[in-house]
Design a protein around this ligand. Structure first.
Ligand SMILES: [Zn+2]
Length: 152
């Protein structure tokens, strides 16, 4: 097999005057109301990792402009809000294929990976996804989980 894939990074922009970071990228003007102005917006790679801020799953088909084939069965997906470490900003993205709600906890570390949003015969649209790293990323290998049995 090939070697490790090149790291996937989100690209934002940073104001050279006040250091505010924008994602999705802002290229026209700094949106920080406290910025003195006069800076340029330079492209910066964002943190490759962050921590789960919140998460949920999507069990219904979103309306357009979301692209989905109504002839295909709808597959629920996991949606994760991740707080990026260095930037302190929360970015929303889907879980990578195979990530389930049970794999996630608030505060767990996740990494950004590239994924496929949609594809047809000519084009593949890429997006970013999140996937747990470290022990939290284990896929049910140890069977010691116990239900807490209802209680009173
Ligand atoms: Zn600024």
């Amino acid at each position: 097999m090939a070697g490790p894939a090149p790291p996937f990074r989100l690209l934002g922009t940073r104001c050279t005057a006040c250091a505010a970071v924008f994602f999705p990228r802002e290229d026209s003007a700094c949106r920080n109301p406290h910025c003195a102005g006069g800076g340029d917006l330079a492209e910066v790679p964002l943190s490759p990792r962050g921590r789960v801020w919140s998460y949920t799953d999507g069990r219904y088909r979103p309306p357009a402009p979301y692209v989905s084939d109504p002839a295909e069965p709808w597959e629920p997906y996991v949606l994760i809000a991740v707080e990026l470490e260095a930037e302190g900003m929360v970015v929303l993205g889907q879980g990578a294929p195979g990530v389930r709600l049970a794999d996630l906890t608030v505060g767990a570390e996740v990494e950004v990976v590239g994924g496929v949003l949609n594809e047809d015969a000519e084009t593949t649209w890429l997006t970013w996804q999140f996937r747990p790293v470290g022990p939290a990323g284990r896929a049910g290998s140890t069977g010691s989980a116990e239900r807490s049995g209802g209680g009173s």
